[in-house]
Write a protein that binds this ligand. Structure first.
Ligand code: FEO
Length: 617
């Protein structure tokens, strides 16, 4: 039995729906089915626009017969030769022997390629801006190569201002009784499927879509009739604006799409914690397990959101299979203009992070955040700060207007582990700061807790240290409490050179930052304390900073290094000199100042201690 829909007084939808198809084109799941649209114009001469897929050919032929009645079919306009729209061409030539086929030269070639059909006697080849008059209507043909195949053209009916748009402006999903987009809540119920259709079917060819949109902007369009999905007769700008956005590869919304590949749940765990921390900062998030969510949905979401996080376990020395397929799919669809963060996992040789980056680096204008994360088997307590740093960096690149209001009312993360205060001793610490994008750190030996509510500490640092000035200017710092396992090279790295002369973090294998964005030292340390300066006291050679703790976390249970332990077990013993040197030796680092006298204001060039710490050599 026929099933047709009236579009205008003389234009009838004669297409059909398929709700049994599992995979469109063998690759895109269509849980809500798909429609194959075809339109029959009943002018003085009759015109059929495209045909349908072979699955619904029978219903389609019934629809045409019913609509034509005793009229003959004069023209079949073929705009797109993909078989989901051309499977009934042969049937039509048999049933309507006088029917002419109107198409461009490329389409004619494709007809010959796909079907054993003698079309020479019935073909009418058209080019850009050619027209056919059928009575009241004049049809204008506009070439639209690569939207979605190279032969595609669209047709504009200047009488009723209708654009027959081929695949453009289409959507997945069968038509459930309604035919016009304004009959349903399209934004709520169908926009996701329109985006998924666009991004997966023509997302690779955005430049060509923009070219078609340019041509369309010169037309007065009152209705759009695509080959899939709803007909647009109202609010046409809604879909045109979406196409402008999608085809420019600009995100629709600021927020984070997290996709993860996890074998035993540990990579998933890291991604979930990150998502949770982002939400605490008011950033919108969506999450997908790439092993269960169809890739087409993740590709679509990647076009929607501004920030993308990919988390993958390492598998067979590479990226997990489903994640690798997804990333290649995204690259093939020309994803660009996104901020990307990566989480890799590997139990013995993590490679997935670098390999994921390698795929995405080939895409245009991808900005990778600094704070990526590498996990060994499972996330550790000591890495929560790294997750915080990722969340901080991502959130700091989301415009404030897009951070939703919940962030203001959300409780601040309970990030102060007060047991970190027990790690403070008369020991040695790496004091780190960050100013104007530059990181630096130095060794200090004075850090102590001075109140518990609010948790407040004090640190003292020599004015001659570059880090001191950075803290004066920024008011923020971290202390990494060194443990007994710290090798002497850590003291050389942070204590024996100046940050004015060299980058103390150059070549560091770690990139760890606390929530305040300041680096910390994740190895040979047992805890990290971040603090905000509330007061500073000028103590002559040093400044004492009184600071409120903003974050504190434990890294290990190893004992803190004390000053005494350092001298007895870490600091190399001074080697006996063959010749007696005249001068003064620093009791802290062993530096020798060769002179008869030692100036009172002398500062050791290595460890920055004053003249009081020198003794005759
Ligand atoms: Fe619906 Fe490109 O075919």
């Amino acid at each position: 039995m026929h099933c047709i829909k009236k579009i205008t007084d003389d234009l009838i939808w004669v297409g059909a729906n398929d709700r049994r198809l599992a995979m469109f084109e063998g690759v895109y799941s269509v849980p809500d089915g798909v429609s194959y649209n075809s339109y029959l114009l009943l002018d003085d001469e009759t015109v059929l626009f495209d045909t349908v897929d072979k699955a619904v050919r029978h219903r389609f032929m019934e629809n045409i017969a019913e609509t034509l009645g005793d009229k003959k079919l004069d023209y079949l306009v073929i705009q797109h030769m993909e078989p989901d729209h051309s499977a009934a061409v042969q049937d039509l030539t048999l049933k309507y022997p006088d029917m002419k086929i109107v198409c461009n030269a490329k389409i004619a070639d494709f007809i010959r390629q796909f079907y054993n059909l003698d079309i020479d006697s019935r073909i009418i080849i058209v080019k850009e801006n050619d027209t056919i008059n059928t009575g009241r209507h004049t049809l204008h043909f506009v070439m639209a190569p690569m939207v979605h195949w190279p032969e595609v053209m669209v047709t504009y009916d200047s009488a009723d201002k209708i654009l027959f748009s081929a695949d453009a402006f289409g959507s997945f999903g069968a038509l459930n009784g309604a035919i016009f987009a304004d009959e349903v809540d399209f934004a709520r119920d169908y926009m996701d499927e329109a985006r998924r259709y666009y991004t997966n079917i023509v997302g690779k060819y955005c430049a060509q879509v923009q070219s078609l949109l340019n041509k369309a902007s010169a037309l007065d369009i009152g209705m759009i009739c695509p080959l899939h999905g709803f007909v647009w007769r109202a609010n046409i700008n809604d879909i045109l604006e979406k196409y402008m956005l999608w085809s420019s590869y600009e995100p629709e919304e600021y927020g984070v799409m997290l996709a993860y590949a996890s074998v035993y749940g540990n990579t998933e765990n890291a991604a979930e914690i990150l998502a949770s921390r982002l939400r605490e900062r008011g950033v919108k998030t969506v999450m997908f397990d790439v092993s269960v969510k169809p890739a087409s949905e993740i590709v679509s979401a990647s076009f929607r959101w501004s920030h993308l996080v990919f988390a993958s376990t390492t598998y067979n020395a590479g990226i997990f299979v489903t994640m690798e397929a997804l990333l290649h799919d995204l690259a093939a669809h020309n994803i660009q203009n996104r901020t990307v963060a990566l989480i890799e996992n590997g139990s013995w040789a993590a490679t997935s992070g670098g390999l994921m980056r390698g795929i995405l680096e080939k895409c245009k204008n991808i900005k990778f955040i600094e704070n990526n994360l590498s996990i060994k088997s499972s996330l550790k307590l000591s890495q929560l700060a790294a997750i915080d740093a990722m969340a901080y960096e991502i959130a700091s690149t989301v415009p404030a207007a897009s951070v939703y209001a919940a962030a203001d009312s959300a409780a601040p993360p309970a990030d102060i582990d007060k047991s970190a205060m027990y790690k403070l001793s008369y020991g040695l610490f790496v004091l780190t700061a960050r100013e104007a994008g530059k990181d630096n750190g130095c060794i200090i030996n004075t850090a102590s807790q001075i109140s518990s509510s609010p948790t407040t500490i004090s640190v003292t640092v020599s004015k001659s240290n570059y880090t001191c000035g950075m803290i004066v200017n920024t008011g923020e710092f971290n202390i990494s409490v060194l443990s007994e396992s710290a090798p002497f090279r850590i003291f050389e790295q942070f204590g024996f050179v100046s940050g004015r002369d060299e980058d103390k973090f150059a070549g560091a294998k770690y990139q760890s930052r606390a929530s305040n964005g300041v680096r910390y030292i994740p190895e040979y340390t047992n805890c990290v304390i971040s603090a905000k300066v509330r007061q500073s006291v000028d103590c002559g050679t040093h400044i004492l900073f009184v600071a409120e703790v903003t974050q504190a976390f434990i890294l290990s249970g190893e004992p803190s290094v004390t000053y005494q332990y350092y001298f007895e077990h870490i600091k190399p013993k001074p080697q006996p000199r063959k010749e007696k040197v005249k001068g003064f030796v620093c009791k802290i680092c062993g530096y020798v100042y060769e002179s008869d006298t030692l100036p009172d204001d002398y500062i050791c060039p290595l460890c920055k201690h004053g003249a009081g710490d020198f003794e005759p050599a």
